[in-house]
Design a protein around this ligand. Sequence first.
Ligand SMILES: Cc1ncc(COP(=O)(O)O)c(C=O)c1O
Length: 456
Amino acid sequence: MNEEGFSRCNLKEIRKEFPITEIAFEVIGRSEPVPLIYFDHAASTHPPRQVLKTYIDFLENDYANIHRGHHNLSLIASKMFDRAKEVIAEFIGGHLSDHAIIMTGNTTEALTLASHVMTKMEGITLATWMEHHSNDLPHRKRGKVEYVELLKDGSLDMADLEEKLKKFQVKLVAVTGASNVTGFMPDIQTIARMAHENGAYILVDAAQLLAHHKIDVGKTGIDFLAAAGHKAYAPFGSAFLYAPRELLDKADPCLPGGGTIVYVTHDDVLYEKSPERHEGGTPNIAGAIGFAESLKFLDEIGMARIRQHEKNLLKLALEGLLSIEGVTVYGPLDPEKRLGVIAFNILDLPHDLVSAILNYEGAIATRNGCFCAHPYLHKLLKVKDLSKLKTTAAEGNKHSLPGTVRASFGIYNTEEEVEEFLKMIRLICEKKWIGEYRFAPSGACNYSLPQKMFDH
Ligand SMILES: Cc1ncc(COP(=O)(O)O)c(C=O)c1O
């Protein structure tokens, strides 16, 4: 038992720590509201009570701006904010002597900062075909980017990585720790070694990985790591970049302004060292404190147990989905190599229709579309005519765009929820859903009960 009085050993008890699990929605065809099944953890995860309490406690009792005050509240808030960074560093196995943690608003900002820090260095960035746009577009904006190819199953082609590291002068390998589409986890330790052998740094987008798999930046040899609290059971608006101090301090601030300087005249500016150098303006202090609490929460449960639990759910879901005729699952199928993130389609049904049926008839929250990883989706779905696709997208016809449905698991999901999900998938495959669904070109969904339900 911990001090809150519940056991971290019992997953059923851990589930009770999440107020969102008490939510139920009315669904078509059932008289009673149905408990929410939340399978959208790859987008954002819900905070447990312990995190909410810490967050609200700070807002109620310790709220003050940090670092430039000598009054009690400011001193307390500064200490809590600085401690939050230490907690983050400990959680990822990082060292604050030679690296710094820069707090940002989201993962996109953290990845952008890493890209900014590397801008002036000679060479190209080597990204991969499976990146989220946030680990691609910031690099494109600042220089040349090449992409590591995929193998047929949607995993990373390590031979192509090796070849491109030799062929180009690579300054940075930008790679996801786990894909937000297929959950595939590239072998980061090997990639880091290969990058270093070829004189490149490695930036890992850990947006998906952080809350679902143990990370050890020291052991793995990761130079830069970016992740966000809203995907790690913390409130929205807080994320971080872990980066080498030496590189951070060589770069001008990405967001110069308050807090980033030690001296300013109209002709001259002397910037702070990191982390302050890159934290322009007031950071999300409460968010950072909430984020650190969520990492403590995960640590108390144990990342190995979390991974085991989510892998069990993944295995169950994959076996179930693959046994249903008409379901296509994308990406490598080995559960050892992926997180609990599954992209799939059913027959030739539009992905938005499937996601809507799961929601309106099963209270099952999934996401659908291309998940901000268009190139990866185009490859997985074997999209041939990209110019036609571009015209459709430019016309705003979102309903007609290709994509998949995505189910993603978190710590409080259960096997019963996976079984319920599989039941709904079978029902959709047999085309036995009840509602009538109409989609506007914008993608907005309208549903109604079929007329026959009113006829008697
Ligand atoms: C792998 C990956 N990278 C980056 C991002 C962007 O994260 P954020 O919304 O925190 O900027 C996401 C969000 O889904 C993601 O899954």
